[in-house]
Design a protein around this ligand. Structure first.
Ligand code: NAI
Ligand code: MG
Length: 320
């Protein structure tokens, strides 16, 4: 299949970790077309907006998108806008151990990506601030159905705070019904208990299904357990489109030094390949990343001394 992939390096380390991903996709896909899009903080500084309507139109013409990271501009989240405009209701974040820490993890977080406390429905006055936590039936139904149809699901843990929040009684009940309909084994856990158990017994988790903010927080915790944010990929998935990006941000203090870990971004291309049905090619990249880490060719965040480029070159050499 001839794929059209929108590519936005964005800001900071995005500019360092995305070029090797483009190289890997060029190597593995049949004549892919890359549509380069300039978005982010630097664009905002120049043009007063981090992303224009024309950028969104250009992105929507592609089959999917690869994104580095965008430095936040207060009051205007590029990621939230892209997720909403492109209806990317799932945020999928796998966390696998690479023997870099004592923890054994093989966990995927399935995070709701459009609503909850990120609804954007807010009011701020001098003495009170209110953010609405929105949970809609149709959206949770499609989220739980998505979780049910993933390959290799052993148990889905629904993470919520239904002992306090009515919106989470609703979230949990819709999830339970859909998982039961699909005959998927599940259990449930309060979010505070989940945060604790993730540290105490990380190996007991398989898939976590949760709302937007809880998923955001538990993801960073899981990232710390496997060795750091630099390792972690993610996919924002909707009915027709998907954006693949490392979990980390633009990491301004290490940007431009050639020390950023490219693995989170490179594993995002693995997720892109899987999404496109190219599972064998995806596993080539995965295996190559594992080999590179086990040889100790790693960047500083993982205790190594290699540069971004050295790690990327080794991964690409293994793929070839
Ligand atoms: P960050 O993820 O950029 O950095 C957090 C920590 O992880 C820092 O110590 C950084 O040096 C380290 N780190 C991140 N990526 C790394 C890599 N590839 N290799 C080695 N170390 C790495 O988060 P932070 O500092 O909170 O945010 C920086 C900017 O990025 C902010 O403007 C934030 O809003 C934005 N951001 C953007 C995201 C996106 O575009 N999806 C996601 C998260 C933050
Ligand atoms: Mg986050």
């Amino acid at each position: 299949m001839h794929m059209r992939i929108a590519v936005a390096e964005g800001d900071g380390v995005g500019k360092e970790v995305i070029p090797p991903c483009v190289e890997i996709l060029t190597l593995l896909l049949n004549d892919p077309e890359f549509i380069h899009v300039d978005i982010g903080y630097a664009k905002w500084a120049r043009e007063g907006t981090p992303i224009t309507d024309a950028d969104i139109d250009l992105i929507a013409q592609a089959d999917c998108m690869l994104l580095g990271a965008v430095t936040s501009v207060q009051g205007s989240s590029v990621l939230v806008r892209l997720r909403k405009t492109l209806d990317l209701f799932v945020n999928l974040r796998p966390f696998r151990s690479y023997s870099l820490t004592p923890y054994e993890l093989n966990l995927t977080i399935i995070r709701e990506n459009l609503e909850g406390l990120y609804s954007g429905i807010e009011e701020l006055s001098d003495d009170i601030a209110v953010t609405q936590r929105v949970v809609t039936r149709a959206n949770v139904e499609r989220l739980a159905s998505f979780a049910s149809t993933l390959r290799n699901v052993k148990t889905v843990t629904i993470v919520h705070k239904a002992n306090v929040l009515k919106s989470d009684i609703f979230f949990r009940d819709v999830c339970v019904r859909v998982l039961q309909e699909h005959d998927v084994p599940y259990n449930e856990m309060y979010v505070d208990t989940a945060a604790y158990n993730l540290i105490r017994h990380p190996e007991t988790f398989d898939h976590i299904l949760t709302s937007n903010l809880f998923g955001d927080i538990l993801s960073d915790e899981a990232a710390a357990l496997i060795g750091g944010l630099g390792l972690c990929p993610s996919a924002n998935i909707g009915p027709k489109f998907a954006i693949f990006e490392p979990v980390h941000g633009s990491a301004p203090h290490i940007a431009g030094r050639g020390t950023a870990n490219p693995i989170g971004a490179i594993l995002s291309t693995t997720m892109l390949l899987e999404w496109a049905g190219e599972c064998e090619k995806a596993s080539l990249v995965d295996v190559s990343v594992k080999q590179t880490i086990s040889k100790g060719i790693t960047t500083r965040d993982l205790g190594g001394t290699s540069s971004t480029n050295e790690v990327a070159r080794e991964i690409i050499r293994n793929i070839r």
